[in-house]
Each structure stands twice: as C-alpha cells, then as structure tokens.
Design a protein around this ligand. Structure first.
Ligand code: SF4
Ligand code: SF4
Length: 278
C-alpha cells in the first residue's frame, strides 16, 4: 500500500490555472461512484489558486499558492461527519462518500482550509480526492499534477524512496500550509512566501550612477545575513520570518555607515538609502 503525498513548489507556480482546469475537465459532468459526484461548473475550486501579493510599488511580488484538500491525518472533516461519511484510506486519501454525505452541510465548515464546497443541487459537500478513482485503476498522478507545465506539483508514493516525490522531499526545505491547524497533511509545500526587506543604495557623490557592490548586512532576531547591492544598486533579503526585528547596516569604504531599524510585520521596501562621503 502506498502513502500518497503531493509536494507543491510555490516558487515554480506561474498561476496558469491549468491544474484548476484539468480538475474541472475530470469532474464536471462526470460521476465516479464511491469517490465523487459530478462537480458543478461554477463555485467549486477543488484545486484553488490563492494569490498572495507582497510589498508595494515599485517593489511588488505576486505568488500563487495551489490549495487542494490537504488530505489530513488529523482531519476535522472526518470528525464532523456522521455515519462514516468522510473517511481516510490507508494510502492517506480522505474521501467524502457521495452517498452517505448527502445533506451533511456541517462537513463544509469543519475544514479550516475551506476546501470543501457545498453542491446546492445535489445537497452534497465535495472536495479534491487526489483523483483516487484514477490511482485505483493504475494511473500514477492526479490530473492536476499531470497537467502542470512547470513541475510545481509533484505526486507519488512517499514510502518508495525512489519516487520523485520522496527524492524531492528529502532534499528540499518543506513546510505545511498553516501549521497552526495541526492537521498532519499529505500535501507538503516548498517556497511559501515569507517577508522580504529590499532597498536601493545611492552614493551622494554619484547620484546618477548605480551603486553596485555595496555591503548590506541584516542582523536581528532571525540571525545575521549579508549581501551586496546588484548592478542596479538594489538589494534584497527574502524569506524572512514575519516577526523579524533588527537593523540593516549599509557600508562602503570611504562613506559613512548607515544603520536602519526594521521590522517585518509587513514586507519592507526601504527605498533609496543615500550614503554620504566620510
Ligand atoms: Fe478535511 Fe480540510 Fe483536511 Fe481536506 S484539508 S482532509 S477537507 S480538514
Ligand atoms: Fe501553478 Fe502548475 Fe497549477 Fe499552473 S498548473 S497554476 S503552474 S500549479
């Protein structure tokens, strides 16, 4: 018996919506008895893309976070159901039984990730099944994974050390979405956006030139790190925890050092930092 995991690399997701459309193609108008009833064409997002915008003009970053059902080991949707209408298979897939779950609207609100959708016409809660009907007939991936053109979605048997997903999980820095929910999910993430601190350095005696190669150091409760400005005089510290307090120190021989206090309650663009001649 396999233990299925999905690894979602947010850095590779371009927000093309191919996964969402593949899910619609697989489930809209198609019944899979025992697995899922037909998905309505509108209002359901079994493979949802949550967009996250960070920073402000002129330093803005946009990420897409594919968000299917997390197939949790500690699934509150199972606890909320009566008559065993939601259950977890030995391979880790959580199934909402399309017959037993009829009328059980309380299942929808049990999911903290809000990935269960109510089918008004059928009176049924519905969600992603990892395409269990395909896996059970020998296919190796859900439709969304098969369709993704960038490799942002990886899927496979985590018990098989030679599977692509096992190898990726072993070498990548991974995390879960909203770990505070404590659901022990089978969907694992890499590259979930964190905070960044960015800025641009300008030398007072050469304001029209890009100040490349200037040392910039960050120190604070997340530790210490260093970088240098790029060919445009820009610098950036990415992937910082949301509650970083500290300082940014900008220095170059022959110029007065500049120290700025920072905190990362929000992403920070420090704008233009001018170094005066010493
Ligand atoms: Fe249930 Fe939500 Fe976990 Fe999916 S993500 S298993 S719907 S609690
Ligand atoms: Fe992102 Fe892949 Fe989905 Fe496109 S198909 S939105 S790249 S996960």
């Amino acid at each position: 018996m396999a233990t299925y995991k999905m690894l979602i690399d947010v850095d590779k997701c371009t927000g093309c919506y191919s996964c969402f459309l593949a899910c619609k193609d697989e489930y809209c108008g198609n019944d899979y008895p025992g697995y899922a009833a037909s998905q309505p064409a509108r209002g359901h997002y079994w493979m949802r893309l949550d967009s996250r915008e960070r920073g402000c003009h002129p330093k803005v970053k946009l990420s897409y976070i594919p968000t299917p059902c997390m197939q949790c080991a500690n699934a509150p949707c199972i606890a909320a159901a009566t008559d065993g209408a939601v259950y977890r298979r030995d391979d880790g897939i959580v199934i909402i039984d399309p017959e037993k779950a009829k009328g059980q609207r309380q299942i929808v609100s049990a999911c903290p990730h809000r990935v269960i959708y109510w089918n008004e016409e059928a009176g049924l809660p519905q969600k992603c099944t990892f395409c269990a009907h395909l896996l059970d007939r020998g296919e190796t991936e859900p439709r969304c994974v098969e369709t993704c053109p960038t490799g942002a979605l990886l899927f496979g048997d985590a018990d098989d050390p030679d599977s692509a997903v096992s190898k990726a999980l072993a070498k990548m820095q991974t995390e879960t979405l909203a770990p505070e929910f404590d659901l022990n999910p089978s969907v694992i993430y890499a590259g979930i956006p964190k905070r960044f601190v960015a800025g641009e350095v300008v030398l007072s005696d050469a304001p029209d030139e890009c100040a490349a190669g200037v040392s910039v150091a960050l120190s604070g409760n997340c530790g210490a790190m260093e970088t240098v400005t790029d060919a445009f005089g820009d610098f950036e510290f990415e992937g910082l925890p949301a509650k970083t307090d500290g300082t940014i120190t900008v220095s170059r021989d022959g110029y007065k050092e500049k120290v700025l206090d920072i905190n990362t309650r929000l992403d920070l663009n420090l704008g233009e930092i001018v170094l005066e001649k010493a």
